[in-house]
Design a protein. Structure first.
Length: 130
């Protein structure tokens, strides 16, 4: 299948950390098309945290934005999407929960679609089918 894509997962740390762990775990599956290095912030970043996130995002191929019920209120997710847009890093929005009303980050474009999270779908999205 070729070399795996390096991904950055943007998520609402206050509400969706468990779902992020499930997504990151899929990188360990034998047919996974992506590698995930945990670049999430465990402690509040001091100084210019946006520049630190920009640096962490510099070495990835795609940003996966997990959209949960409170994503529209997560300013950190909105900032990460803006950084991806500014650096022209490909990103896509992913439904974090099949049975909940998920919302987009405030910085998402109106044309950004939230994609259903299935294993075949995720593999296609990572490959660029969006």
């Amino acid at each position: 299948m070729g070399e795996n894509k390096r991904v950055f997962i943007s998520f609402d740390v206050d509400h969706d950390a468990g779902t992020k762990e499930m997504l990151a775990g899929q990188a360990d599956l034998p047919d996974s098309p992506f590698d995930f290095t945990d670049a999430s912030v465990k402690e509040p970043l001091t100084g210019d945290w946006k520049e630190k996130v920009r640096h962490r995002m510099a070495n990835v191929d795609v940003v996966i934005v997990l959209c949960g019920e409170h994503t529209h209120t997560a300013s950190g997710v909105a900032d990460e999407v803006t950084i991806a847009q500014d650096t022209k890093t490909p990103y896509f929005l992913l439904w974090a929960y099949a049975n909940k009303n998920c919302t987009k980050p405030t910085s998402a474009k109106s044309s950004d679609k939230i994609y259903k999270w299935t294993w075949p779908g995720l593999k296609s999205l990572i490959a660029g089918a969006r």
